[in-house]
Design a protein around this ligand. Sequence first.
Ligand SMILES: [Zn+2]
Length: 459
Amino acid sequence: MTLSHALTTAEAAFSESLSRLFELLRIPSISTDPAHNADCDTAADWLVRELNAIGFKAEARPTAGRPMVVAHFTRKSGTAKTTHALFYGHYDVQPVDPLELWHTKPFEPENRNGKLYGRGTSDDKGQLMTFVEAARAWIKATGDLPISATFLIEGEEESGSPSLIPFLKANKKELSCDVAFVCDTNMWDDKTPAITTRLRGLVHEEVEVTGPSIDLHSGLYGGPAINPIKALTKMLAALHDKNGKVQIPGFYDGVAALPKATKKQWASLKFSEKKFLGELGLKQASGEAGFTVLEQIWARPTAEVNGIWGGYTGVGTKTVLPAKAHAKLTFRLVGKQSPQKILKAFQAFAKKHMMKDAKISFSGKGGGAPASEVQEENPFIKKSAAALQAEWGRETVLMGSGGSIPIVRHFKDILDMDSVLVGFALNDDAIHSPNEKYNLTSFQRGIKSWVRIMGALAK
Ligand SMILES: [Zn+2]
């Protein structure tokens, strides 16, 4: 009863919701350009005003960079059991150049044929306004929210979030909730909702192989003197076997088999490997044999050589036998693979595969980040997936992402919170590009999806 009231309230306000989104979109809050610092402040102030008007306690809090919008709503009919959820988004946007490729002005948003065009429509103002408008609908319909909510909306996401970690650390107690919703991800397609439950981790390394003490004449020394490029490439070639399996001992420690249900769901997605590879000019997936393309990107680790150099690479020939050779590598990680252990294992592997008289040294900066995975049995995932399915009429896809979203790790490491990644963006939204858009259905049904998710978290 209350859910249906909140849903009809959200629907009745669709056109006002859209005008409010357009107001926010007209503010050119480009965080990467200091000329727009004041615009970022304006966007933060606009959000604070709107959230206070809805009934949140909102503030724009200063940081070393752009302000952080923090807003709280404590459930009025709440008890000790009430779910407290944090919702994360960002009000800053990317620069707009090349301007001449836009069909309309980037900061004069337009609704054309069910698509909302303008900078920030999808990344991330349109997305963040879906949960803001959902909260508004609940409070308007019932005078309360089904949960207690904290909104954290930053203004430096497009500049690498320099203030985020210090801010989370300094406000740990205030921002720690039962769960975080990170709202800048995609749907599977324009009709099928998705929750991203897996993000791969990453660690990098750089190597230098030294052979003779100086560059040599390849005629006078070629043969007996070792060539470090040969030593390096032999080692790199040994990284994978003919089935694409990484040969570093211990590399797959902590990599769990994909749960049967997940494997089945991914197989049912009708993902065209042929089309995906064809668009890249390729015919065959070259990852681990026995895994589909989606499994290779979402659930399997990789060892990649990103760059390799050494010797003479200028115009014409030079008969040199170089003294040094170099390569840069990255490893994408899944499951419980440890970045530090992977680096150590790789270093041991590389040393073992060096030819005699070739010395290898490592200059990677270490660090790296493990993968983020939220177990699919997590109750917040289950409830959110069911709420999304109720809105869209299709089973929610629990998908992976080959890349990483650093905030998910920060929420876990600093605030000890799991993140549920829900968003309504689509692959063709052209985020960061000219003619960025967000589907009107993403916006409207996104609002209703959050109304349902908030309702599903009530206790
Ligand atoms: Zn972005």
